[in-house]
Design a binder for this molecule. Sequence first.
Ligand code: RBF
Length: 155
Amino acid sequence: MAGTLTSISGKNKINLKNKKFSIVVAEWNDDITEPLFEGAYNALIELGAKKENITRVNVPGSFELPLAAQREASKKNIDAVICLGCVIQGDTPHFDYICQAVAYGIMKVGLKSGKPIAFGVLTTLNKKQALERAGGKLGNKGEEAAITVVKMLES
Ligand code: RBF
């Protein structure tokens, strides 16, 4: 299946031993973003990254992800950034504003920096959908975000 760890495991085109990664994690909905972080971190290690080359940066909510990603991407020694967050729809239109701003902001950081920046942000209608995508029956989107930046480093 596309995007799973097994689809890339053992056949990386590049050696990740000297590549440096930053994982930016939103604290909002941390019962979801923690498993996303574990998925991303473990995937990088499994693909050959070194523990000491993976930095974690926390931000309060997903809206803060683009700025933190920009700060990380502007560092010379960072090769790729993985953004992790979880926005769950509520009763007000905040969901649409946050999701749109975050998606656009993260894309801009990638285009401006020229470095792989992954959008590992769940945008779900409820907590159940989020749990299913954070290590549940639909996999772990943090893991998939890590695989994405590795694929982009290879391309
Ligand atoms: N941040 C998230 O990462 N996920 C959310 O589901 C989320 N819901 C929010 C709902 C409201 C009404 C507000 C005002 C903020 C929410 N945030 C959420 C926080 C947001 O990303 C950001 O941290 C704050 O708006 C401060 O800039």
